[in-house]
Each structure stands twice: as structure tokens, then as C-alpha cells.
Design a protein around this ligand. Sequence first.
Ligand code: ATP
Ligand code: MG
Length: 250
Amino acid sequence: MALLEIRGVSKLFEAKGKTVEALRDINLSVGENEFVCLVGPSGCGKTTLLRIIAGLDRPTDGEVLLDGKLIVGPGPLRGMVFQEYSLFPWRTVLDNVAFGLELRGVSKEARLARARSYLKTVGLEAFEASYPHELSGGMKQRVAIVRALVNDPKALLMDEPFGALDAQTRNVMQSELLRIWQEKKKTVVFVTHSMDEAIYLGDRVVIMSARPGMISDIIDIDVARPRNRTSPEVNRYRERILQDLRALRN
Ligand SMILES: Nc1ncnc2c1ncn2[C@@H]1O[C@H](COP(=O)(O)OP(=O)(O)OP(=O)(O)O)[C@@H](O)[C@H]1O
Ligand SMILES: [Mg+2]
């Protein structure tokens, strides 16, 4: 069975007397250890769908199951990483990473040891006493990723986590994320505006159409990793996805 089952999910928002249909009948299964990327035009409901999976928002219709269980709220099995660095500015790097463990009542000694070992996996052990404002964008996102991972979630939900980074840092972070994903065996749902990023990272790329957000195509990226960003086969996928997105605009 799939780890994540999205079944007939629709979402309506009521705002200022108007109804916005953000999602319509979304059906998607994501397997254990799978890396799925969601792409689509701005406003097509990507963040909404991710928030529903996270349990931060409820669907108007339909349901989401994780490991066969209905999602009714946030839980430690899902870790979220957002585009905007969502670290606590008043906490040190170490205390940011240890936060989820603290919520779960893990003893101080155990949580700090665990947080330190995770910081080490992204090369930030020397920055444990720093505050977020003392870090670069890429470093902050590394902290945000290990802060999610330290709780050992089954699924990592990422909403344009590298959107604010420069191109070079972004490439480094993509490779680093793939390494962590392979090492820790996570299921990842990754939202991005960049089809290059989607093709570089994903086992599958899910293309959504704009308002109401629907799945318009799902493409298997059948390219061995590590992927070459400019190989002819990668270019063929890019061309196909571009065509899909162009067709959506017409
Ligand atoms: N809390 C809310 N109240 C009212 N409308 C909302 C709310 N959240 C989202 N929407 C609407 O739902 C639609 C989908 O928004 P969403 O943020 O999910 O899009 P998105 O695909 O993530 O866009 P982007 O790529 O720009 O981040 C938009 O029309 C948006 O205005
Ligand atoms: Mg969004």
C-alpha cells in the first residue's frame, strides 16, 4: 500500500463573500521512499494541498491517509519545510533543531545529543550556538531540514524550500537533500516553481493546472541518479513538461 493516499480532495475557501475553488478532486498515491515533485502555475493550490497533507488545513471534500490512517491534524510523522525560513529567531540553532523533541517530552540530554548528531549530517555542528540571523540562507534551510528530520518523520513536506536561494546554493542544497533522502529513506513531497528542480529531484513530477487546481499530468522521471542537469534525456523531460505547462496556459 502507498504511504500517502490522497483521495478525492477538494478545497473551497470563503473569502470576502466570494468562494475560491482551490483544489478539485485531487487523487494521488505516494509510495514509501518515493520523491514526488509538485509543479504548476502560481495559485493552483500547491501550498493548500501540502497544508492539507500536513494536517494544518482540512479538505472540504475527500481525505488523506498516511500509513492507512486518516490525517486529522499535524503529527510527528510529517515534517514541514517552508520557503521562508521558519526558524525561531530567539532560539539558537541547536535549540531550533531540538524543538520538536522538546514538544514530545524527550529529556534535555537526549534531545541535545540527537539534535547535534543531525546538525553534523549537514555540516553545521560548529554553528549550534549561533542564532538564525547569523546564518546564510542555505545554512538556515539546512537547519530547517534537520529540524524536520530530527523527529524521524515518515514524510517530508517541502514547500519551495530553496526558492529564496541563489542558483549555486540551490544546486548544492538539492544534492544534499537527495543524499539525506537516500540515507534516511524518507517519502518526500516537494513543491517547486522550477521544472529543472523537479526533474533533477523527483521520481515523479505531478503537474497541476490553475484554478481550480487539478492534476493534469504525472510524469515518471526515469533517469538514474546522480542526474546530469543538461543531458539529452533530461532535456527531453524538460521539453515535455514545458509543453504541458504551455498547454495549461492556453
Ligand atoms: N486561507 C485562504 N483563504 C482564502 N483563499 C485562499 C487561502 N489560501 C489559499 N487561498 C487561495 O487558494 C488558491 C491556491 O492558493 P495556494 O497558496 O495553494 O497556491 P500555490 O499553488 O501554492 O501558489 P504559489 O505558487 O504562488 O505559492 C489561491 O487562489 C489562493 O488565493
Ligand atoms: Mg505556494
